[in-house]
Design a protein around this ligand. Sequence first.
Ligand code: HEC
Ligand code: HEC
Length: 331
Amino acid sequence: MVQPRVEPERSAPPASTAVPATTPTDRAEPAEPTVSPPTIQLNWETELPPGNAGELIRQGRQRVDQPGGEGSGNRLSCSSCHRLGGTAGGFLSWLGRGNSYPRYLPRLGRTVGLAEQINLCRQHSLGASPWVVNGPEIAAVVAWFEFLRSYPDPVPARELNLPARRADPVAGEVIYQRACRGCHGDGGNGAEAPAAAPPLWGSGSYTEGSDLHRLLVAALFIRDHMPRSEAPQLPLNDEEALDLAAYINSFARPEMPELDRDYPWLSEKPADCPYPPFADPFPADQHKYGPFQAIQAAAEAARAGDWRQYRESLPGYRLRLPMTAQTPQDN
Ligand code: HEC
Ligand code: HEC
């Protein structure tokens, strides 16, 4: 395997003119355009294996760039989130993914293969019907995903530092107007070329069952990838990303049926999953916007063995909670 070249989408400013660290308030007049997180410029076409294997990988790349929600109104493709077909480093990149399949998925409470994971994203994020599991579409996307997996991701994974406050959609709107609206539009509706940005809410965007509908997931994506290179306010800090995620996820989006059946072991439901039922007494608003520390601490306590407080808080769902701290599948 040839070592991939790593370069930023645009050249970084020379060190002498580098912008000093800014606080949110002094960003209104940036001195110098800064850069998006590095995108790996994979020279992948020259690295394809010969023959059918290479052709399958090439088809996979085409598939993930195509909008998948024909008929549903959704205008996203896989590449809307797994940017540049997954070749952009950072959160949701497909470079160097460590996950091996089959793996345990808390959302379904069981082990899934890669084909099923792909279909889950297709249904929840694109609002599209699933592909046939042994069909040609899945085979091509799997080939592309597996191909990218052997390249290292140049962007180190960074957790979010969570403030001990509710994320603020109003503050998010202010940043949106400045840094996002130019591409994603007034109504979050996206734009055609040259801005060519996908919709962030409304009928053309991801469904309410998408993982991007979770505050912490959307904030990670936004912090690592947006506002792409053209807007000069980069990089966003964690709090700005959280407020932006709160703003975007405060709008209506396509519904997804039967979400109450997700996470059959409620104890495994992430604190920021915004839809009920919940395994704890915290209100829905707090699951959607935070603060999450208390929710996470309660979940920790429950995992450590004290199920009583959970069971007593929600009689209706009592029977769906595991009686011990054990997960249904241990991995
Ligand atoms: C709206 C955003 C969005 C779109 C569009 C989207 N995904 Fe995802 N995808 C995610 C998120 C969020 C995750 C979960 C990441 C996590 O929890 O770590 C994910 C996870 C995955 C994974 C698991 C990655 C791993 O490391 O094991 C695969 C594979 C995947 N998506 C494939 C696809 C495919 C194929 C499409 C198009 C049919 C697609 N996704 C469209 C947001 C999206
Ligand atoms: C220069 C244009 C541009 C700007 C500015 C921009 N985006 Fe994007 N955004 C894109 C494009 C293009 C994509 C699709 C992924 C890709 O190809 O990089 C995208 C994808 C997204 C997605 C995932 C897909 C979806 O539709 O939900 C989110 C969320 C998002 N942007 C949020 C933001 C936020 C928040 C800001 C402001 C901080 C922002 N973007 C600023 C162009 C832009």
